[in-house]
Write a protein that binds this ligand. Structure first.
Ligand code: PBG
Length: 332
């Protein structure tokens, strides 16, 4: 009698990778257009589409063109669009009053999109940087970003956005206490359905550079944002930020930037099981586009792989400048 030979190798994991059908059967994550939030830059004017040089393929659009973009996004199955106003220096003041002007660019775009594409969700940004002469997200007094006075202004900004009809407010300012203050002001104003997607774990990152060009803030910004945005060395602190913001009334939370912070996405999702989003920021977009334009990577494949990575890390969705391209690729 001969003993049967021990199987070799003990496990053949390549069996399930052999054909597209088998790979589809064992695929653990899916990316769909429903996972995407598309950030768009809004500027003054009519019929204007102006390229952002540091973000090839990204454009600043006048309100009428933003409405067209929203229609296109909706047709592609993208559930939400996120508005960022480009404001010239004439609208940047020490008191940042343009931030809560009912007729500011962001509010005008919101009303125009709501009228034309009522089914797409509109998200807006709460922070003072588009309106401040310092480029900071809060008021600056004697070189310091003052927290509580800034929160009062953010509340006014958030209420004016809610009044214009936004579905989702995204406070990106990183002041302490702003989620609670905005939530109670919204409740007080009868705006009970407005969602707060808190930029909860937002890092002081070099990857925001092209965005600051896109919104006209790079020239204005004096110094850095390290006294309010997080230190890239920290993880536990991100969990404390998320816990705090959820307890103050955030419905969804965000990790930002995205790709270099997938470990944070994973920990946040596991710890809180809350709707968790990542922002694939301007510098990540610019890096991928630059390498693709140089022929150093296959841009389309790298784009899809980068987005799948967010799903794998546990994210429910991603803010990405690639949103329309990705949706087109997914829709085939
Ligand atoms: C500003 C804000 C920033 C981004 C979104 N909201 C820049 C910053 O904090 O300086 C960055 C987005 C991107 O880089 O794509 N409150």
């Amino acid at each position: 009698m001969t003993t049967p030979q021990a199987p070799y190798p003990a496990s053949r994991l390549r069996r399930t990778r052999r054909t597209p059908a088998l790979r589809a059967m064992v695929s653990e994550n899916v990316l769909t257009p429903g996972d995407l939030i598309w950030p768009v830059f809004v500027r003054d004017g009519d019929g204007v589409e102006e390229p952002v040089p540091s973000m090839p393929g990204v454009i600043r659009r006048s309100v009428d063109k933003v409405v067209e973009a929203a229609k296109e996004a909706h047709a592609l199955g993208i559930p939400a669009i996120c508005l960022f106003p480009y404001t010239g220096n004439d609208k940047r003041t020490a008191d940042c009053a343009e931030a809560w002007n009912p007729d500011n660019l962001s509010n005008r775009a919101t009303r125009a999109i709501k009228a034309a594409v009522p089914d797409i969700a509109i998200m807006t940004d709460v922070a003072l940087d588009p309106y401040s002469d310092t480029g900071h997200d809060g008021f600056v007094v004697d070189g310091e970003i003052i927290n509580d006075e800034t929160v009062e202004a953010l509340v006014k900004q958030a209420l004016s956005q809610a009044e214009a009809g936004v579905d989702i407010i995204g406070p990106s300012d990183m002041m302490d206490g702003r989620i609670g203050a905005i939530r109670s002001a919204l409740e007080g104003a009868g705006r009970r359905d407005v969602i707060l997607l808190s930029y909860a774990a937002k890092y002081a990152s070099a990857f925001y550079g092209p965005f600051r060009d896109a919104v006209g803030a790079s020239g204005a910004l004096k110094g850095d944002k390290k006294t309010y945005q997080m230190d890239p060395a920290n993880t536990d602190e991100a969990l404390r930020c998320v816990a705090r913001d959820l307890s103050e009334g955030a419905d969804m939370v965000m990790v930002k930037p995205g790709m270099p912070y997938l470990d944070i996405c994973r920990r946040v999702k596991e710890e809180f099981a809350a709707p968790t989003f990542a922002y694939q920021v301007s510098g990540e977009y610019a890096m991928l586009m630059a390498a693709a334009q140089n022929g150093w990577i296959d841009g389309d494949r790298a784009m899809m792989e980068s987005l799948m990575a967010f799903k794998r890390a546990g994210c429910d969705g991603v803010l990405t400048y690639f949103a329309p391209q990705v949706a087109r690729a997914l829709n085939g």
